[in-house]
Design a protein around this ligand. Structure first.
Ligand code: SAM
Length: 263
């Protein structure tokens, strides 16, 4: 079935870019078969090697092409990391908390995964909206661009944007209105490198083994200082057993899991 046939009955419009990332029924059957063959069937056993297999299996899929295009326009993250955000949002249990969406690349990847999971998951993203230092993706109004990009990609209904400084009392209160204790299964941190503060503030919302994605663990150029802080804090949390490392991906993203009972 072609993409035109697939959408012919439900809408009198040309398919959007997001529509084109939806596999046909036949492709979906094949994808499920591949995932079972390569041992990705059991989400609770997913680990670093599993994430590497995800990248290998997803490389030729329509969603990867779509996320690549999202990355070029809206994200500072490596396309592989967007694929992993999509995958984790789709397969990890629980809601999603993000700190630092900027104009929405990472948020769109997670929201698409959430949509394709077919279960009700909330995404709460915290952004203070202060102007960013020089970036390939200029924005004169981060919050407005974030809202517009989420709307354009058809995922605005899945995302609650909390405008504010991540550590501010009002921000924490707003986040808690949307997310209950131990309800978050994926936490994405791409803000200022203050990983310990963020986990101290929001750790109660995370389930045991919550997936944690942090950018930047390594960086060159303007993000070097942020990366030095993230690296030092992650290494210390890993040494004390509060985080476990699954792997390092893309241009310098750390992915691991929160060990609730070690905290
Ligand atoms: C590197 S950008 C995020 C890039 C985005 N994740 C992507 O996919 O391209 C970092 C973002 O975090 C925001 N930010 C930095 N520190 C923050 C803080 N303490 N509280 C809230 N937002 C913060 C910045 O305004 C910026 O939009």
């Amino acid at each position: 079935m072609s993409i035109f046939e697939k959408f012919a009955g439900c809408a009198k419009r040309r398919p959007t870019e997001a529509d084109c990332s939806v596999p046909t029924v036949e492709q979906q059957v094949e994808f499920t078969r591949e995932e079972e063959l390569y041992g990705l069937g059991n989400d609770s056993a997913l680990d670093g090697l599993g994430l590497m297999k995800v990248l290998m299996l997803y490389r030729p899929r329509p969603i990867t092409k779509y996320l690549g295009s999202i990355g070029r326009r809206y994200s500072m993250l490596h396309p592989d990391v967007l694929v992993l955000l999509y995958y984790l949002a789709r397969h990890a249990q629980g809601h999603i908390l993000e700190i630092g969406p900027y104009i929405g690349g990472s948020t769109i990847a997670a929201a698409k995964g959430t949509r394709d999971a077919g279960v009700l998951k909330r995404i709460v993203t915290i952004e203070h909206g202060l102007p960013m230092a020089k970036s390939r993706l200029g924005s004169s109004d981060t919050i407005e661009d974030l809202k517009q990009n989420l709307t354009r990609q058809g995922v605005a209904d899945l995302v609650r944007i909390v405008v504010g400084e991540a550590s501010a009392k009002t921000t924490v209160e707003s986040v808690r209105q949307h997310l209950g204790p131990q309800s978050v299964g994926l936490c994405i941190m791409d803000a200022d490198g203050a990983i310990k503060d963020a986990l101290q503030t929001y750790g109660k919302l995370l389930i045991d083994n919550c997936w944690v994605v942090v950018d930047d663990y390594f960086a060159v150029g303007v993000a070097v200082n942020k990366a030095l802080r993230s690296k030092a804090e992650i290494d210390s949390l890993v040494s004390s057993g509060m985080l476990t490392t699954a792997g390092f991906f893309g241009w310098g993203t750390w992915i691991g899991q929160w060990q609730r009972n070690a905290n």
